[in-house]
Design a protein around this ligand. Structure first.
Ligand SMILES: Cc1ncc(COP(=O)(O)O)c(C=O)c1O
Length: 386
């Protein structure tokens, strides 16, 4: 008799296989992240040769073949643990950003950085402010710690800093504010002046996360940057990633930019070897190989202007984006929502992100691809509109 059977057969005992009552309360009620549909799955489902994935804000360029050589070389050293402190990469990033090495700590993508911040600062029952719609990871990390998200609506596609200050006044246990700039899914940026005035009025015991996963695509020189706050306001914790401008989403390297006191606390909780050897080599390589990221940023800046104008011409509402994607509102007379558009484009080989993922069904979000793919996308969209 198998162990499974013998456990099931014991009368009066809870079913060993109903794990939910055994899980932590906040875990049992969570839902899994739904990633963008993989290219291979769409190819197989619809028998397509080419599929353009515009749903996960990835880089549309293939990585340099020379990167493969560098990573392959590093694989020979895979019998050793990676450098837990990412010293070489840390030195390079510090130089690149003009910050101290003590202001940086690396993670398995910015997403792990989000978890680490929640682990360090959020106690059970603490409150955290989350502008909404926004990247879902803040909500997940907050709830995972047993903390309570206070979700505040955006105001005309912008994070409502006044609304956040009011919520901090009205709620005694706010510990942390999650901000994102450029924000996902709107692409809007917070300006230095706005953030300065916000921080001046925010109670001293509240931490502020500034997720700048798309920082490299920003052309607005008034946009707030974490580097400017390291000296001025130690409550600000910045998040950056190699997944976007540097095209390394599959390698998983992100980092925090913060006061050394915050970095030390994060170092207390992070897994020692959270960034693997290949990822470290890849990030260093792409940082040195400046041309790839520059080319990618130039493409995004040109395409977001081009596609923004093209979509507006067709009656869509597209807020100005400083990121590598556009947030697109469907015209009411189209009588279709973001899921309809997603489903109609899928068999044509284009994957977008329906707004339902953010709780706004009348929208979809699309990453900016290369011109040829963007034109192909518009052709298919035109057929839907006809
Ligand atoms: C705002 C924002 N932060 C963080 C991430 C995750 O970045 P990473 O791939 O480094 O985990 C994303 C990914 O889409 C994002 O949109």
């Amino acid at each position: 008799m198998s162990d499974e059977k013998s456990i099931q057969d014991r009368p009066g005992e809870i079913s060993f296989f109903d794990f939910v009552p055994l899980a932590r309360e906040n875990v049992a009620e969570m839902l899994p992240y739904i990633p963008g549909k993989p290219i291979l799955e769409v190819q197989e489902e619809y028998g397509l040769g080419k599929v353009i994935k515009l749903s996960s804000n990835e880089c549309p360029f293939d990585l340099p073949t020379s990167l493969g050589d560098a990573v392959a070389k590093a694989a020979w050293g895979g019998n050793r643990y990676p450098d837990a402190l990412c010293r070489r990469l840390r030195g390079k990033v510090a130089k690149n950003l003009g910050v101290g090495e003590e202001n940086l700590i690396f993670a398995n993508g910015a997403e792990e950085g989000i978890r680490l911040i929640a682990q360090v600062f959020l106690n059970q029952g603490d409150k955290a402010i989350i502008p909404t719609p926004i990247f879902d990871a803040y909500n997940v990390a907050t709830r995972l710690m047993g903390a309570v998200p206070i979700c505040l609506p955006l105001k005309k596609y912008r994070i409502d800093l006044e609304g956040i200050l009011l919520a901090c006044e009205q709620n005694s246990d706010v510990k942390l504010v999650w901000l994102c700039s450029p924000s996902n899914p709107t692409g809007d940026v917070l300006k230095k002046q706005e953030l300065d005035s916000f921080l001046a009025r925010l109670p001293q015991n509240i931490m502020v996360v500034l997720d700048e996963a798309y920082a490299e695509f920003v052309t607005d020189d008034q946009a707030a940057r974490t580097e400017d706050y390291l000296e001025k306001d130690p409550r600000v914790i910045g998040l950056r990633t190699f997944s976007k401008a540097y095209g390394l989403a599959g390698f998983r390297v992100g980092y925090l930019v913060a006061h050394p006191g915050v970095i030390n606390l994060v170092n207390n909780v992070k897994l020692p070897f959270n960034v693997n050897s290949s990822a470290l080599i890849a990030a260093e390589y792409m940082l040195d190989e400046k041309e790839f990221a520059r080319k990618h940023v130039n493409l995004v800046v040109a395409e977001r202007q081009f596609m923004g104008a093209e979509l507006c011409k067709r009656g869509f509402e597209v807020p100005e984006s400083q990121a590598s994607f556009l947030f697109v509102k469907l015209p009411r007379n189209l009588k279709k929502n973001g899921v309809d558009i997603f489903k109609l484009l899928l068999p044509k080989g284009f994957i977008v992100r329906p707004g339902t993922a953010f709780g706004v069904p009348e929208y979809f979000r699309m990453s900016l691809g290369v011109r040829e793919d963007n034109l192909g996308f518009l052709r298919e969209l035109d057929k839907i509109l006809a």
